[in-house]
Design a protein around this ligand. Structure first.
Ligand code: HEM
Length: 428
């Protein structure tokens, strides 16, 4: 058993959280090079933490040894969303997954397809109308918000515009608290971000509970019949599902797709993606490989163990870094290049080497829904528009936390395609 390269320094003084949060990608790159290892040790959130930057390490952590490395119940996620599946372990997590996944697969998923198509059309159809550059991230975030509020709460922007606006604003306030320092200070005329966020959470919970009691339709209606651990569980999970986190992650992927396939140079790729669903799948795999919305996930070692042959003591944190895992040169040749064709060549059948949606028994329960939604939105864009960066030269350097996107939101001009080929675009 080998000792992990790197060191955890001394308590507090040796903590590297700030450096990591400022630029997680350079943080990992520098250490991978320094230690010549894709697994190393640092102090994060004042806890010795093993960083995993390889496909093999990620698979061992999330799949083979998932029962030894557990979710952290004291995570910030619990602070903001209360007890949800995200930070639960053991039997309770298994039961919650069983209950909830049935609502995100099979016939439930199928019953959402008309709504998903209609919301994509509603939010995307006017992209070319102004002829002016659009901030695509903002447009895609609104689309994501319409999607989650319609699907999970039966609140539709076109039918209840005021309630929709109110909930969207509360979700934004709640989100800003999630990423602000947890200081619950409230004095007249001034409230810290965190305190505003807690107020927003309370108001959102009131709206959600009212919906759970009085709306018997759709997802919110069916949650009542699920075997959940306690009376507040349905509301806590709804808060998680409608939170700004999910629209931001959806917008992140759509934004990266738009940038990857924008401009005259990518016209051929756009046509191919419009006509060949398999090619579109490969494009979307490559988009999530290079630009995963979330930087990774964290676990705590429940007992002394090993990962990639390195000793990991009990109570150490372990974090997998999807950006680095996805660029592991052992698995992905030319790891920094956008090459959709790798997924029909050398990396065919290697989807399980990605971790944008986690991996193993605790992977994302919304991955299938996300896939259906992304394909619908991308096909709509491809069938109806051409697009390019406007102005053509912009700083596209990404920030990776809390959700990945170019630090300066890019602007893109859309033009209507002069002929529409597929049946789907005729519905517009
Ligand atoms: C682009 C969209 C999304 C991305 C990138 C994403 C990503 C992830 C990731 C990386 C994890 C695993 C975290 C870990 O390993 O600690 C996860 C878990 C989870 N996701 Fe998603 N997610 C997305 C959409 C959704 C949607 C639409 C839902 C449901 C409405 C959802 C619900 C969940 C839940 C409940 C878990 C926890 C599963 C568990 O702990 O057993 N996600 N997601």
């Amino acid at each position: 058993m080998t000792k992990l390269p790197g060191n955890a320094g001394v308590s507090l003084l040796g903590d590297k959280s700030l450096e990591f949060y400022r630029d997680p990608v350079s943080f990992c790159q520098q250490r991978i090079e320094k230690h010549r290892s894709r697994m190393f040790l640092c102090r994060l959130m004042n806890r010795p933490t093993a960083f995993i930057c390889s496909v093999q390490g990620m698979r061992e952590l999330l799949c083979e040894k998932s029962s030894l490395f557990l979710k952290d119940p004291t995570d910030l996620m619990t602070n903001m969303y209360g007890d949800t599946i995200v930070t639960t372990n053991g039997e309770e997590a298994c039961l919650l997954r069983l209950s909830l996944t049935s609502h995100f697969t099979g016939s439930c998923l199928g019953s959402w397809s008309d709504y998903i198509a209609s919301v994509c059309e509603r939010c995307l159809k006017d992209l070319s109308v102004s002829g002016q550059p659009e901030s695509v991230y903002t447009a895609f975030k609104s689309l994501g918000t319409e999607l989650v509020l319609g699907l999970f709460l039966n609140v539709r922007a076109e039918k209840q515009p005021e309630l929709f606006q109110e909930i969207s604003q509360l979700c934004t306030q709640h989100w800003h608290g999630l990423i602000s320092a947890p200081v619950n200070v409230k004095v007249p005329m001034w409230s810290s971000g965190f305190s505003i966020a807690l107020d927003a959470r309370n108001k959102l919970m009131d709206i959600i509970k009212d919906k759970l009691e009085n709306d018997k339709e759709g997802f919110v209606g069916s949650l009542g019949s699920l075997p959940l651990p306690d009376s507040s569980s349905a509301a806590q999970h709804l808060l998680l599902f409608i939170s700004a986190l999910i629209p931001k992650a959806l917008a992140s992927l759509l934004n990266s797709f738009t940038l990857a396939l924008g401009g005259n140079g990518q016209e051929k790729a756009r046509r191919q993606a419009a006509e060949d669903p398999d090619y579109l799948c490969r494009v979307l795999l490559e988009v999530q490989r290079l630009w995963p919305p979330f930087i990774g996930g964290r676990r705590i070692a429940d007992q002394d163990s090993t990962l990639m042959g390195f000793h990991v003591p009990k109570d150490f944190g372990v974090i997998y870094i999807s950006h680095a895992v996805h660029r592991d040169p052992e698995v992905f040749q030319e790891p920094d290049a956008f090459l959709p064709e790798r997924w029909s060549g050398r990396n065919e059948g290697h989807e399980h080497f990605l971790c944008s949606f986690g991996n193993g028994p605790r992977s994302c329960i919304g991955a299938k829904l996300t896939n259906v939604f992304l394909k619908e939105a991308c096909v709509y864009l491809l069938n109806n528009f051409d697009w390019c960066l406007d102005p053509p030269v912009q700083n596209l350097e990404y920030k990776w936390l809390p959700v990945s996107r170019p630090a300066n939101p890019p602007t893109v001009t859309f033009t209507q395609r002069d002929h529409t080929l597929s049946g789907r675009s005729d519905t517009s």
